[in-house]
Design a protein around this ligand. Sequence first.
Ligand SMILES: Cc1cc2nc3c(=O)[nH]c(=O)nc-3n(C[C@H](O)[C@H](O)[C@H](O)COP(=O)(O)OP(=O)(O)OC[C@H]3O[C@@H](n4cnc5c(N)ncnc54)[C@H](O)[C@@H]3O)c2cc1C
Length: 497
Amino acid sequence: MKLNLQGGSLLWLRRDLRIMDNNLVKHAISKRKKMFFCFVFDNVILEDIKSSPFTEKDDKSLYVDRRVGFIHNTLAEIKKDLQQIGSDLLIFYGDPVELIPKIAITINAGTVLWTKDYEQYARRRDDKISTSLESLNINPISIKNQCIFEESEVLTNDGNPYTVFTPYKKKWLTILGDSQNLWEGYSVKQLSECAAKVDFPEDMPELEEFGFSSMSKKIKIKSGSDGAEELVKDFFKVIETYEFARNFPAKKGVSYLSTHFRFGTLSVEKIVHTLLKLIPEFEEKRTNTTGIHAWLSELIWRDFYMQILFHFPHVESSCFKKKYDNLVWEDNSELFHKWTVGQTGYPIVDAGMRQLNETGYMHNRLRMVTASFLTKDLGINWKEGERYFANKLLDFDLSANNGGWQWAASTGCDAQPYFRIFNPTSQAKKFDPDGEFIKKYVGELRELPRKLIFEPWKITTLVEGEREINYTKRIIDHDEARKKTLKRFLAISENNQ
Ligand SMILES: Cc1cc2nc3c(=O)[nH]c(=O)nc-3n(C[C@H](O)[C@H](O)[C@H](O)COP(=O)(O)OP(=O)(O)OC[C@H]3O[C@@H](n4cnc5c(N)ncnc54)[C@H](O)[C@@H]3O)c2cc1C
């Protein structure tokens, strides 16, 4: 493919996998120059996935990873959409530090645009790329495109980053209220006029070329912007009940949009804009708006953890509250393994872990319950659980995952106090009262009557009628574990008076 951008913009897509509602496109359109899209399968990230002990392989020893599959499916859609307007998406595999400047020179780009990323690896990589582009007289521009407010846009009146959510949210809402025209789109026609045309579009590379199995593409969630839009439509029909329904994993009470937010197949700015328009519409119809406000609050948590990661990068490798780096955790690989495969003997914990392993998604309530179980019942370091989730979650996002784990382990900012320890049995009774979710994922318990499903260890013979219930024995006694955890944390608190 021969392409000469004549000083136009190369748009390097990363976690912003959409061609509409994308601030990079908006920027390029405003400059009235030609633009062209590329994507790089970053070999540093892919090697990391390949070297994880949790990554599965197919029968040809190719790696299976749902995220890589979701990206591949989405890129295929973007490529098709761009080809329909005479343009294309170039897809590479390798080290972006070497590739991006090379591509920019080859196609004679004057600017390279990308979405700002707040993770340490990405920041270091992007800095290196900026330096080499500048040395080539090519302009690197990074643009906010995956959150509403970033970096230091929401600070305390003293100019410090917030570390507590509620005042952060208050300030966030104030700034949002002050900012006019939060979001403005562009038309397909505008995109089409600026997208550089190619004579010969290139074929889509196969995942096998990077060592990944096509099985990675077998995912339940529909990829791309169309997939995101379908979910938005479904969710907006029930958003009114979100505040209550979001706690019950057996109900379809949440949006299931996290993967789309993660990969940018959906613009968070456009969504917030839509929500703000929805509030007066609901009020006019006298419909309850608490669901909208509660959901907006979750999107603010997303920004909150991103700015925590930006201002306190030490959280990537250690506790937000540094004194907790001295906690003495249990080192028990057998119990850890049982937790990962959903064989703890606590039905709600096992149901959550099996949902994660089978689908790549876990309901928020269960993320809290399973994370609490690992850290407070098994006494295993939150970093182990964080690493496992990071490998299995389709929506894995370093800032939200790290924030969630440190919240559950009580080591984070604005975390669950260490003495508030989830009881997995009462959590199950409260949030899965009919045992519906447990039965869906823990097939061994499907035949049990409701009153026995939450504490199967109380069945003395483990026999139901003629059939034996073949469910694992519980691996720990919650009450004993709770006492041990309190001692573990008290030891730290007393040493740090
Ligand atoms: C231990 C643990 C690990 C987690 N790991 C991740 C992760 O890797 N990626 C991730 O996106 N979320 C993570 N979360 C947050 C939350 O569980 C998921 O965002 C949510 O379950 C996704 O489902 P949903 O899209 O249906 O959420 P909804 O309830 O519909 O929420 C809407 C959106 O708000 C954002 N959001 C919701 N809750 C949070 C939160 N607590 N922190 C930050 N953003 C939030 C997400 O983008 C989500 O899609 C984690 C939570 C815990 C307790």
